[in-house]
Design a protein around this ligand. Structure first.
Ligand code: COA
Length: 259
């Protein structure tokens, strides 16, 4: 168990809070485990009608913990990504029937952005910064984002985010349909909580069928598997080793050395 994810249930809303602010809420395997277990429990628990994601500190999350990635790069273990807690978390997002709401302030890197594409309502600070820098790390998209991001914002914009690491701020996220509303940073959490509580009073049966009709969970899960196989292979690559070493040494990566 880790207290880097806080779990609370009140008024029909399960709140999952990223709580590792000194590391910009970078997500470890243990944190993915709590997120996955909580989402699975939420589906079964009649006291939970809505799940809300938010964060402590100045970032939503800086994405997967890069020292975990570096350890996987160095290890001989060839296990697919889906066997780890991150895989369980992503599948729980794909199969979630109850409404998911997110409150996003500051940085949302990698899975911090791709998980938003599985949320039903997203409230975001106008100053927030969304990035999916998988290619910067010599990796490939995950969480079915190779499907969900281009279908949400168009191929050209999605490709620029993936391939060039281009950032999208909160206002653009609203204009492009990634978020419902961009707000001043100090209003975001309260707005998201207010909406989550309002949603918790709506008829859950109608909400879950509506959500089920709006998305194809099996297709999303299948794309996660396809991406996961590539991701696991890329994690082991010399290119990725260089990217992780560069982050640890606080220097730019030099991919010319690794062909
Ligand atoms: N994994 C592990 N540690 C991370 C992290 C991550 N994803 N993101 C931030 N941290 C750590 C930093 O190493 C630093 O730790 P330290 O204080 O022990 O040195 C601390 O969090 C603060 O981060 P720092 O880089 O000093 O803050 P910043 O404001 O200059 O930059 C980021 C913030 C998020 C832009 C930068 O840390 C970054 O690029 N992180 C990697 C993001 C990433 O590529 N995620 C994976 C996506 S697939």
């Amino acid at each position: 168990m880790t207290d880097h994810i806080l779990v609370a249930v009140q008024d029909g809303v399960m709140t999952l809070t990223f709580n590792r602010p000194d590391k910009k809420n970078a997500i470890t395997d243990a944190m993915y485990g709590v997120l996955a277990d909580s989402l699975v429990a939420a589906e079964k628990d009649p006291a939970v009608r809505v799940v809300l994601f938010n964060s402590r500190g100045d970032s939503f999350t800086s994405g997967n913990d890069l020292s975990d990635f570096a350890a996987q790069n160095a290890s001989q273990d060839t296990g697919a990504r889906g066997e780890r807690n991150v895989g369980r978390f992503l599948k729980a997002l794909a199969h979630a029937k109850k409404p998911l709401v997110a409150s996003v302030r500051g940085l949302a890197v990698g899975v911090g952005t791709t998980m938003l594409l599985h949320c039903d309502l997203v409230y975001i600070a106008d100053t927030a910064k969304l990035t999916v820098p998988f290619v910067n790390l010599a990796l490939v998209p995950e969480a079915a984002s190779s499907l969900t991001l281009p279908s949400r914002i168009g191929h050209a914009r999605a490709y620029a985010m993936f391939a060039l690491g281009e950032a999208v701020d909160g206002r653009k996220a609203e204009a492009w349909g990634i978020a419902n509303e961009a707000l001043p940073e100090d209003e975001v959490d309260a707005r998201a909580l207010h909406i989550a509580q309002a949603l918790a009073k709506r008829p859950l049966g109608a909400l879950t069928v509506t959500k089920g009709l709006m998305r194809d969970a099996e297709q999303l899960a299948a794309r996660m598997d396809e991406e996961g196989a590539h991701f696991a292979a890329r994690l082991k690559s010399p290119e990725a080793a260089e990217a992780f070493a560069a982050f640890a040494q606080r220097r730019p990566a030099d991919f010319s050395k690794v062909g």
